[in-house]
Design a protein around this ligand. Structure first.
Ligand SMILES: CCCC/C=C/CC(=O)SCCNC(=O)CCNC(=O)[C@H](O)C(C)(C)COP(=O)(O)OP(=O)(O)OC[C@H]1O[C@@H](n2cnc3c(N)ncnc32)[C@H](O)[C@@H]1OP(=O)(O)O
Length: 525
C-alpha cells in the first residue's frame, strides 16, 4: 500500500473573489496550472482551506485519460477501442501530464524537468521485473516523470509509489509547494527495522531537517501488506496513533529505531505521518476558529470535491475538522449579516452547490465528526454516507435554525427527514434540537459514537466497509435513494435562492441574526 499525502491550497488571490461566480472560478481553475512558488505572500496566510491526504492501495484502476480524454463516441461504441486509444495516446505523449487534466487533484511541480518513465516491463532498465502496480503508478502518477529520484525509488523499492503527491505534512500546507524538498534528495539509505506489527523494509531519505524521507514498511495487520509512510523531518506524528491505534507502539519504538537514522537530534519524535486506507482522501476543514462555512470555504470544498471525483484513483473521502472542538459551525453568519442581496445570493448558490455535490457524490463520504456540528455543519455531515461522532457531550449535532429565528429550507428539511424520519424531524426541527452523542445515535443522526481518539480509525473502518461494495452497485443505489430529493432543489434552485435572499435581507431577520452573533461573541467574552 502506498501513501500519498497532499495538502491543497488554491491561491485564491489570483482569482477575483467577488462577483465571480463559482462556475467562472471553476472554469478558470481548469486552465490554471498551479505554480505555487509564485505566490510567496500566500504562504503567510492561513485562510479557509481543505487539507487532503490521499492514500492508495492495491487494485485495478484504469489509468486516467490523457488530456482531452477519449472521444465520447469511441468510448460509447467500444470500451476496448477506447482503452486502446487511451493507451496509444499515453504512449505518444510519453508521460501523461495529469496536472492539466481537468479535475486532477494531483499537484504538479510543473517546472521540474520531465523525464519519461518506462511503462512496460520490457522497457524497464536492466530488464527488471515489473513490480506489482509499479507500472500503473508510473502511468497514473506522472510525478515519476518529473522527479527522477522518486521514479528510481518506485522502481527499486518494488512497491507502488505515487511521487507526484510528494508526501506532505498535515500541519503546514504551504510547505508542499517548496520544490527544494523534492530536488535535493540524499541517495537512498536503506535501514531495516523489525517490530511485532511492522517491519520497516527500507528507509529512504536524508538526515537534514526539511528533507523528506520515506519508509517502506510491511504492516502485518494490514491486509494489503506494504505501506509507504512518509514525512518531513520535524512533522508532528501525534496524528499517527489516532488514525491507526495499533501502530502506537510502533510509532513509539520507531522513534528509537529508524528515526535514529533520520533524526537531527532534535528529540524523539519521528517525523512521520501515517494514515491507512485504500483510495481514500482525508479532507480536513480548516477555517478557524469554528469552520464556519464562508464563501471561500464553500467554494474550495466544491472544487476539491469535483477534483477528487474526477480523479479516478479516489473512491472515498473522509471529511473531518482540523479545528479543535468544532466540526463545522454551519453557515458563516458574517456572510449573510449586513451584506447586500447579491452577495447573499452568491453565497446561497455556493451552499446549494456544495450540498448537491456532496449529496449525490459518487464517492463514499464518511464524516469523522470530531467536534460540535450545528445547523449547516449537520447538513454537511448528513450529506455524507456515514457519520462517526466523537463521544463528547459538548459535541452536539442537529439543525438549530429556529433558535436563530430562521427557517431551514426544504432541502435541509428533506435531508433531515431522509435520515431520521418524519416525526423525529418534525420535532427536532421545530425545537431546534441539538443532540448530544448518545441521543444522536439513538435518533439515527449518526451511525457510530466512539471515544474521541478513535474517530478517525473508526471512520477508516467504516470506509473499508463501504468500499467493499462494488462501486457501480453502490453508486446506482445511492442515486436511486437520493436523486428525488436533489432533483427537487435542482428544479427550483433559483426560486430557492430568491426566497433565501428576500428572507435573510428582511430587517427583522437581520436584527435577529445580528443579535445571535452578538450573543456568540459575548458568550466568548
Ligand atoms: C434562512 C435560511 C437559512 C437556513 C440555514 C441555516 C444554516 C446555518 O448553518 S445557520 C448557522 C447556525 N450556526 C450556529 O448556530 C452555530 C453557532 N456557533 C456555536 O454554537 C459555537 O460557536 C460553536 C458550538 C460552534 C463553537 O463554540 P466555541 O465555544 O468553540 O466557539 P465560540 O466562542 O462560540 O465562537 C468563536 C468565534 O466564532 C464565531 N462564530 C461561531 N459560530 C459562527 C457562525 N456560524 N458564523 C460566524 N461566526 C461564528 C463566534 O462569534 C466567535 O467569534 P469571535 O471570536 O469574534 O468572538
Amino acid at each position: 500500500m502506498d501513501l500519498i499525502h497532499c495538502c491543497v491550497r488554491w491561491p485564491w488571490k489570483n482569482f477575483p473573489t467577488s462577483k465571480t461566480s463559482l462556475f467562472q472560478k471553476e472554469e478558470r481553475l481548469r486552465h490554471y496550472n498551479p505554480l505555487p512558488l509564485t505566490v510567496p505572500a500566500f504562504s503567510n496566510r492561513m485562510p479557509a482551506q481543505c487539507v487532503f491526504s490521499r492514500i492508495e492501495g492495491k487494485g485495478k484502476r484504469s489509468p486516467p485519460p490523457p488530456p482531452g480524454g477519449a472521444p465520447a463516441k469511441l468510448a460509447a461504441a467500444s470500451p476496448v477501442a477506447s482503452r486502446k486509444w487511451r493507451s496509444s495516446a499515453h504512449a505518444l505523449r510519453g508521460a501523461p501530464r495529469r496536472a492539466q487534466t481537468p479535475g486532477s487533484v494531483t499537484y504538479v511541480q510543473s517546472n521540474l524537468p520531465r523525464r519519461p518513465v518506462p511503462r512496460s516491463p520490457r522497457l524497464r532498465p536492466g530488464g527488471a521485473a515489473r513490480a506489482p502496480g509499479a507500472g500503473r503508478t508510473a502511468r497514473s502518477h506522472p510525478g515519476a516523470a518529473t522527479c527522477p529520484f522518486s521514479a528510481k525509488m518506485a522502481l527499486a523499492s518494488g512497491v507502488r509509489f505515487a511521487p507526484r503527491a510528494l508526501l506532505r505534512p498535515w500541519s503546514s500546507p504551504v510547505e508542499l509547494f517548496h520544490h527544494d524538498r523534492y530536488r535535493h534528495h540524499e541517495p537512498p539509505a536503506p535501514v531495516h527495522y523489525e517490530d511485532k506489527h511492522v517491519s520497516v523494509v527500507k528507509v529512504w531519505g536524508g538526515t537534514e531537517p526539511s528533507r523528506y524521507f520515506l519508509i517502506t514498511a510491511r504492516i502485518h495487520k494490514w491486509p494489503s501488506g506494504i505501506l509507504r509512510l512518509g514525512g518531513i523531518n520535524g512533522d508532528d506524528i501525534s496524528e499517527a496513533p489516532r488514525v491507526c491505534p495499533w501502530a502506537r507502539r510502533w510509532v513509539q519504538t520507531a522513534s528509537a529505531g529508524p528515526a535514529a537514522a533520520l533524526s537531527t537530534g532534535a528529540g524523539p519524535s519521528l517525523p512521520l505521518f501515517l494514515l491507512l486506507a485504500e483510495w481514500v482522501a482525508v479532507m480536513k476543514l480548516r477555517n478557524p476558529p469554528v469552520n464556519a462555512l464562508s464563501l471561500e470555504l464553500l467554494t474550495e470544498l466544491v472544487i476539491s470535491l469535483e477534483k477528487l471525483e474526477n480523479d479516478k484513483t479516489f473512491r472515498g473521502i473522509i471529511l473531518t475538522s482540523d479545528c479543535p472542538r468544532v466540526f463545522c459551525a454551519g453557515l458563516d453568519l458574517t456572510e449573510i449579516c449586513g451584506r447586500n442581496p447579491a452577495h447573499c445570493a452568491e453565497y446561497w448558490k455556493a451552499m446549494q452547490e456544495l450540498w448537491l455535490r456532496m449529496y449525490l457524490s459518487s464517492l463514499v463520504l464518511v464524516a469523522a465528526i470530531n467536534g460540535a456540528c450545528p445547523a449547516g455543519g449537520c447538513i454537511i455531515a448528513l450529506s455524507c454516507d456515514c457519520r462517526v461522532l466523537a463521544d463528547n457531550p459538548k459535541y452536539r449535532i442537529g439543525l438549530n435554525e429556529t433558535l436563530l429565528g430562521i427557517i431551514a429550507p426544504f432541502w435541509l428539511k428533506d435531508t433531515y427527514v431522509n435520515t431520521i424520519g418524519h416525526r423525529a424531524s418534525e420535532q427536532a426541527l421545530q425545537l431546534g434540537s441539538l443532540f448530544p452523542p448518545a441521543e444522536a445515535l439513538q435518533v439515527g443522526l449518526v451511525d457510530q459514537v466512539v471515544p474521541e481518539d478513535q474517530v478517525q480509525s473508526t471512520a477508516l473502518s467504516e470506509m473499508a466497509r463501504w468500499l467493499a461494495v462494488p462501486d457501480h452497485a453502490r453508486q446506482l443505489t445511492k442515486n436511486m435513494m437520493r436523486k428525488a430529493t436533489a432533483d427537487r432543489l435542482l428544479r427550483q434552485r433559483d426560486a430557492d435562492t430568491q426566497n433565501f435572499v428576500s428572507f435573510v435581507c428582511r430587517d427583522s431577520i437581520q436584527k435577529s441574526l445580528q443579535a445571535y452573533l452578538e450573543k456568540l461573541r459575548q458568550r466568548k467574552g
